[in-house]
Design a protein around this ligand. Structure first.
Ligand code: HEC
Ligand code: HEC
Length: 250
């Protein structure tokens, strides 16, 4: 890997002794990492890695990110309320690790694909990845979601889930169903959707509903989108929800 001037030398010095670090940061990895960050991480950690006070921790300035193993493990397994991303490839995880460790003012040095593969060899394997179109919720769950949605969520997102608020005094909110919703959430998981919803919604009182109601509301969002139900209900297991990906009808 060629050196790129004084900043690369500084990074080399900083990263000495860190298991996964390499001497310089690959610009192509940074570019790929930026795109993946925008798709998967930014909704919670925010564009400048600043997070949201007391909800989503800042990545900017976090000394924990000096430990590349820690970053890779967090992405693969998730952590507490952060959803896991086990289906990302080694090179995608490496790109993300490069990006968050060397953006927002952080300068912790590069991470290689081989280094990520070595770290992940010790972690739980990815398991079965499913799509929302594989019959992942039950009709009963969606019915319950329909019954609880309107007052805490419809106020802003609309009882038709189209983003036109039921309460005329409210500002429009993003649609929570159909093509526009699928386009925005394409590639993300139901784990990310549940975590984000529980931790931020409804805006005035995040997390006040029982967990099962958030799950039922997600089933209602899928049903309204035209995604068919199955025979097994969605479970609150974040690892399992993290393996169910949102995407267009196959
Ligand atoms: C749904 C919201 C959400 C999404 C999406 C998300 N995170 Fe997180 N992240 C969190 C939360 C919440 C924590 C803190 C968890 C805890 O320790 O309680 C966290 C913690 C972290 C940490 C540890 C920070 C520290 O200072 O110790 C890293 C690193 C991280 N996230 C990276 C990522 C990356 C990279 C992505 C995208 C692949 C991502 N996160 C996506 C919510 C999210
Ligand atoms: C007071 C108005 C309000 C209420 C009530 C509300 N939301 Fe929201 N919601 C918003 C706004 C505004 C956004 C856009 C957030 C932003 O850009 O920071 C949003 C964003 C979202 C998103 C992300 C959509 C996207 O495409 O980015 C989800 C999912 C969501 N809300 C779910 C819910 C659920 C579930 C409830 C009920 C438990 C709820 N919201 C209640 C105003 C509200």
């Amino acid at each position: 890997m060629p050196m790129h001037g004084p900043s690369a030398i500084a990074i080399l010095t900083l990263s000495a002794g860190i298991a996964l670090a390499q001497d310089s940061v690959d610009p192509a990895m940074m570019e790929q990492g930026a795109a993946l960050y925008a798709q998967h991480c930014q909704i919670c950690h925010k564009p400048e890695g600043q997070g949201t006070a007391s909800v989503f921790p800042p990545l900017a300035g976090s000394e924990n990110l000096a430990d590349a193993d820690y970053v890779v493990t967090n992405i693969h397994n998730g952590v507490v309320t952060m959803p896991p991303f086990p289906w990302l490839s080694d090179v995608e995880v490496a790109a993300l690790a490069n990006y968050v460790r060397n953006s927002f003012g952080n300068t912790y040095g590069g991470v290689t694909e081989a280094g990520v593969a070595a770290t992940r060899a010790d972690l739980e394997p990815v398991g079965q990845v499913r799509s929302i179109w594989d019959g992942v919720y039950t009709q009963e769950q969606a019915d319950r979601g329909r019954a609880v949605f309107n007052s805490p969520c419809g106020l802003c997102h609309g009882s038709r889930l189209n983003g036109a608020p039921d309460d005329q005094d409210m500002r429009p909110a993003p649609p929570l169903a159909r093509a526009n919703f699928l386009r925005v959430w394409n590639g993300r998981s139901l784990g990310a959707l549940l975590s984000y919803s529980r931790m931020t919604m409804p805006q005035s009182n995040p997390g006040f509903l029982p967990e099962e109601d958030y799950l039922a509301i997600i089933a209602h969002m899928l049903a309204t989108t035209g995604v068919p139900p199955g025979t097994t209900p969605l479970s609150l297991d974040i690892q399992e929800l993290g393996r169910i990906r949102i995407g267009p009808k196959p």
